[in-house]
Design a protein around this ligand. Structure first.
Ligand code: KG4
Ligand code: ZN
Length: 336
């Protein structure tokens, strides 16, 4: 089954063709990062205008790169939330329009749920379930327990900022570019992670929740008090604090539930230090670790198409009356 996936929840216009939920025939991602960089973050009005300008050509390119015509597409999946309302509208309505015009089934996909299952689908490792999954993106930091594709519960999540948001905000404090994660990681590589003892918020809290806004504030106060600081040391020490908390809490949640597989997904899971620390921690505890290649960690339509395939295997297509759901959570996993 060939599924066309469409993703426009934030600032990437993306379309992909995926066969049988795992074989990526194409995955076109048109990034608007350079457009938003001068503003230090995503400007919703600019994002939606550009999605509108690009969406048709991105879909055409995805079909062309997959050597697939629209007739050879069996179903269409599109992100319907969470994300920026004006951005979601472009991808969702385009996908509904194409599905309606061609008479093909359409299914709305939860963006966070697609991140959650992306390491499984990228590694054709559906046998690895159950798993504890860490989803770390610009908008979310969630620990979830998944027992089957589409069957999961949230164990914990951030009570304030998401981990990626903390990277972006600290980068802004340091006068670095947007998005902050890659900039901080680059400079952290030249700094000392033990130079500054930033707080590990909620690391020893009994819950599986996270908090990153105190860490951001600690960086702000440190910068004010130490105008001669080494940017590299601040980046390395900040990154180490985030990684310690993410890894410590993920391992504890997994081991305490006697689960044997860990997965990590979302934009922050591109981070090399996080991958290294998780790899070591999982090896020490005899756990299998799954992560997706970097291009499938950040926003992309391949993860949307792959999950749409499984949604259509286990449930009904969505109704064309499906609306965007900008502030939806991870959800319980059923088809909308
Ligand atoms: O999943 P994603 O592309 O979009 C959302 O759904 O939010 O994640 C984007 C986030 C941004 O906050 C960005 O700074 C962060 O992922 N990020 C990183 C790295 N690359 C991207 N954070 C840390 N290290 C990185 N190398
Ligand atoms: Zn995302």
């Amino acid at each position: 089954m060939n599924v066309l996936g469409v993703e426009t929840s934030c600032d990437e216009t993306s379309a992909a063709v995926v066969r049988d939920g795992g074989e990526i025939l194409s995955n076109v991602v048109s990034s608007q990062i350079s457009l938003h960089r001068p503003y230090g973050g995503v400007v919703p009005e600019l994002a939606s205008r550009n999605h509108l300008r690009l969406i048709n050509s991105v879909i055409e390119q995805a079909l062309a790169e997959a050597h697939t015509s629209m007739e050879q597409i069996d179903a269409i999946g599109a992100t319907y939330g969470p994300g920026l309302a004006s951005s979601l509208l472009i991808g969702l309505n385009t996908a509904k329009g194409v599905a309606f015009a061609t008479g093909k089934p359409f299914v709305g996909i939860n963006h966070v749920e697609a991140h959650l299952y992306s390491p499984l689908l990228a590694n054709s490792a559906t046998d690895a379930l159950p798993m504890v999954s860490l989803i770390v993106s610009g908008g979310h930091t969630i620990l979830a327990h998944a027992t089957a594709i589409g069957e999961h519960e949230i164990l914990g999540q951030t009570v304030d900022d998401a981990a990626g948001e903390a990277f972006d905000k600290v980068a802004k404090l340091l006068g670095l570019g947007y998005p902050g994660g890659p900039e901080i990681e680059k400079l952290a590589g030249k700094g000392n992670p033990a130079a500054i003892g930033f707080p590990r918020s909620m690391l020893h809290d009994a819950s599986d929740n996270f908090s990153f806004s105190g860490l951001k504030t600690a960086v702000l106060y440190f910068l004010r008090k130490n105008p001669q600081h080494s940017v590299e040391d601040v980046c390395a020490s900040f990154q180490e604090a985030v990684v310690d908390v993410l890894v410590g809490k993920t391992l504890r949640a997994t081991v305490s539930r006697r689960v044997k597989t860990v997965s990590v997904s979302g934009g922050v899971s591109v981070n090399g230090r996080l991958r290294k620390a998780l790899t070591a921690g999982c090896a020490d505890n005899g756990l299998r670790l799954l992560f997706a290649p970097p291009r499938l960690c950040t926003d992309n339509a391949a993860m949307i198409a792959a999950l749409a395939y499984y949604k259509l295997q286990s449930g009904k297509p969505s109704d064309f009356s499906l609306e965007v759901a900008p502030s939806m959570g991870l959800g319980a996993g059923g088809n909308p």
